[in-house]
Structure formats: C-alpha cells, structure tokens
Write a protein that binds this ligand. Structure first.
Ligand code: URP
Ligand code: ZN
Ligand code: ZN
Length: 474
C-alpha cells in the first residue's frame, strides 16, 4: 500500500521544504522534490497537502493515563487518553509505569502493560517510576532496560508515597550510569514543602492557591541543584521533569554549561498559566490548575524565562504531564478535584494537556514569533525521540522512519474549549483561548487515524515501543 502526500511544506527539526512524501506500508520511503517524479500515478492513495505543513507525529514523553493519585485515578485511561492525543497530533506517548512501595518494579511494569495492551490508539512506551528502591529492586532496573524501559523517574517530592531519599537516589543513579539509562527527576524538596503545607493549614489557609504558595520556587531550585550534584557524583544522565521555576532553570543551565549530561522539559501549563491568574481564581476554581511543580507567579518572570530557555536550548523538550482529574463528580471515578474542597493538600495533582500541546506550542512559538517552525518540531518531536531512545524511527520525516505524520493547517483559527476536546475530563485548562494552527489529518505508521474531522483509527492500533538508550546530545 503506497501513499503519496503531495504539495505540502515538510517541516523537520532541520528543514522547511516544499516536498512530497512517499509512504510504503508503515514507512517513509522517499522525500521528493515536487514535479520530479510520477508516483501520483502509481500510489494507491494521494493526499493533497497544498497550503499545509507536513510534520512528524509529535511525541509526548510525560503522560499519566489512569494514574492512581490522592485517593482517585486520572480520568483518561489508555483508550481515551491516546485517542485524544491522536486528535492533537501526538502519535507516540511515553507513559509512567509505577512501582509502589512493597512491589517489585517488574510487577509495576507488568501492571501498566496490561492496562495499555490492546487499548492504545497510538504507539506507546514506558518509563518506570521507582517508588521503592532497595537492593532487590535496583537489580530489576537492568531487566527493565532489556524490556525497553530505559528511563526511571524518582521523586524528591511526595514524602511517604513515591519519595526517595538521597541515598536511594544515588544508588539508582549509579545503577543507571552502568546501563546508560536516563534518570528523570521530580525535583521539589518534599520534606520542606510538607512543613509549609502543615503550617498553612494551621493558619486556616485552605484555598487552592496555597498549593502554589507552599511550593515556592526555592524548593524546586534546591532540589534541582541537589539532583544535579548527585547525578554528577554517580556519572548519570539526568532529565528534570516539569520544570517551572526560573531558578531551577538557572541550575540546569549552569550544569549544561559545565558540560554535564543534564536535560529538562517544561510543559504548556508553565508557559501559559500562572499563580495570580489561574491558581488564585475565586472559590474552588483554582483547583483546575493544581499540579506539581505548581504554576508560578507571572510577576516573578518565570513564564518569560522558560520561553527564553526553550530558545537557548537550556530546555530541550515540551511534554504535557497529562494527568487529568474532573472538577465535578465522574460517573465511575467519583469525586476527583473536589476531594480537596476545604483542604488544598487533598486536591489530586495534575492537569489535562495531551491533546493541547502540539497545537498550543505552534501558536505560542511560531504564531507569537518566539521560536521558528523547526524549533517547534525539535521540542515536540525530535529531541523527545532522541532523548528517549526512539530516534530515527520516530520524531522526524526521513527515509526509513515510521510514517507517523501530521497534516497541519497553519492558518486555521479556533477557540479552545472542553466542549470540543476529546480528553475524558470536564474542563480545559485553556478554556476560551484563541489559537491559530490546527491538526487536520494524522497518520500512524502509514494508516490514517484522524481525517475529515473524524477519528478513523481503532482501539489497539498502537504498538508497544521497546526503547533504546538516549542519544548523547547536548
Ligand atoms: O501534578 C502532577 N505533576 N501530577 C502527576 C504526577 C507527577 O508528579 O508528575
Ligand atoms: Zn512529577
Ligand atoms: Zn508527571
């Protein structure tokens, strides 16, 4: 089965060129100068992309489908969440399998595989959240690397739940350094934050905004500094997840300037949303924006510093940390965000975003003139693939790559709303935001899965991706 996408502008991390793309089966087999060939006559399907951008399918390396958290479960499961991802132009996710206390990492991995297997609309891989590091479970890290799980997330936050102490972190980093696996860090000083949370509640400060106020930037910066020091000691590669504070970004920039293999992502919520405008909304509205690390005060310049970091490559990836919880009771999952009414510490942490990221980033980066088309693709497609062992199978349009392709209308304008999105959650974090640029068609390994305003794929189209180690980038 041969498909020709003709007349479009192909955008990769390097090039923006008018070119036709020939697909045979699941792979890209040629990128051709328009008018230089006659494949139109022999292709089974010809797609006219005149006036459109033809981009790689985007890759979201930070999602939490059906994550148990704070007494409930994230409202998107692998079926609904990956379908919503497809609508937004994302053709690969790397989700987080979880090892809880008392469990082996292999058990945690098997549990997450069982949830995803046969349900995903797009391709998927896993990182492993190491929630119980000890002599036995450290050995399992090598087994997981053999199964294609080449990155491990550790938590300096959430004491008593997923938290690891510095000794556990160092041991896991030493193990990762041996196999070349990546350590991903949730860098917040959870022990200090717990003191601030307790003191806030004692003062009667219970509104959602105190979630942000009790997780000040210094707690992220300190943990980021400590994570970098421990990774340097162990000789491990380090990737800071959901970075939101400009002071944490400065720690990453300093480490990178010293030549250390330190990387970081940010997420759209930290670029668009703020403590003053969103988390501090009256009543319980702010609960919609409760996530960790928190959205930061705009007055302190965090959002602009993150945009600069994306331009200077101090930040290399934009992911979502998609972890949605409904504001109103969910028919089967029950009370979600409202578990924390009257006590901000009980609000489940997380925001929806898997469908939003690729289009939002086009608007914020390209339409608003902060970054160019190629950097948009590099941040959302190519570097995620390189850092998480998927390149060049994923993350670009090149001969031999998977034909994961988005046909993107750069001129379409629309308004973001929960009434339109496909994520299984009853609000949009960007309700009412007007954006330019829209995903029109999405292809997964040569098969169309979104076209003509319809989802035309099927549950189970997505394959498990056995990932390799990170490409050594800087
Ligand atoms: O608020 C967040 N980020 N929820 C998901 C869990 C995590 O820490 O990534
Ligand atoms: Zn986290
Ligand atoms: Zn997360």
């Amino acid at each position: 089965m041969k498909t020709l996408i003709k007349g479009g502008t192909v955008v990769t991390a390097i090039d923006t060129v008018k070119a036709d793309v020939l697909i045979d089966g699941e792979k890209v087999v040629a990128v051709l100068a328009p008018g230089s060939h006659d494949f139109e006559t022999t292709a089974d399907t010809v797609i006219d992309a005149t006036g459109k951008l033809v981009t790689p399918g985007s890759i979201d390396v930070h999602t939490h489908m059906e994550l148990p958290f704070g007494g409930t479960v994230a409202s998107d499961n692998f079926e609904t969440g990956t379908r919503a991802a497809a609508w937004g132009g994302t053709t690969t996710i790397v989700d987080f399998a979880v090892q809880v206390k008392g469990e082996s990492m292999i058990e945690g991995f098997d549990n997450w595989m069982a949830k995803a297997d046969g349900n995903c609309a797009i391709d998927y891989g896993f990182h492993m959240i190491a929630g119980d590091i000890n002599t036995d479970t450290l050995q399992e890290m090598d087994t997981l690397v053999e199964r294609g799980v080449t990155s491990f997330k550790l938590f300096m936050a959430y004491p008593g739940v997923l938290y690891s102490d510095d000794g556990q972190i160092l041991r896991a980093m030493q193990k990762a350094a041996e196999s070349g696996a990546m350590i991903m860090m949730h860098a917040e000083n959870g022990i200090a934050i717990d003191v601030l949370r307790e003191q806030a509640l004692e003062r009667g400060e219970t509104d959602p905004k105190y979630h942000g106020i009790t997780r000040p930037a210094i707690t992220e910066a300190e943990a980021t500094h400590r994570a970098i020091a421990l990774a340097e000691l162990a000789g491990a590669a380090l990737y800071i997840v959901h970075l939101s504070a400009k002071e944490a970004l400065a720690e990453v920039a300093t480490a990178r300037d010293r030549g250390l293999p330190v990387f970081a992502e940010t997420c759209p919520q930290y670029l668009w949303l703020s403590l003053e405008e969103h988390l501090s909304k009256p009543g319980f509205e702010g609960a919609k924006y409760v996530c960790s690390t928190p959205v930061r005060p705009r007055a302190d310049g965090h959002q602009e510093a993150l945009w600069t970091g994306l331009a200077t490559n101090d930040l290399q990836v934009v992911s979502t940390d998609h972890c949605p919880f409904c504001m109103e009771d969910h028919p089967s999952l029950g009370t979600q965000k409202r578990l924390g009414e009257g006590d901000f510490t009980a609000i489940p942490n997380g925001l929806p975003g898997v469908e939003d990221r690729f289009q939002l980033m086009y608007h914020g980066a390209v339409v608003d003139g902060r970054l160019d088309l190629n950097r948009w693709i590099e941040l959302c497609c190519t570097t995620p693939a390189k850092l998480f062992g998927l390149y060049p199978q994923k993350g670009t349009i090149a001969v031999g790559s998977d034909a994961d392709i988005v046909i993107f209308d750069p001129g379409a304008t629309w308004t973001k709303s929960a009434t339109q999105h496909h994520m299984n959650v009853d609000y949009s974090a960007y309700e009412g935001l007007e954006v330019q640029g829209k995903v029109e068609q999405v292809m997964l390994r040569g098969t169309m899965i979104v076209a003509g305003g319809e989802y035309v794929g099927a549950k189970g189209d997505g394959n498990y991706l056995r990932r390799g180690n990170a490409a050594r980038l800087h």
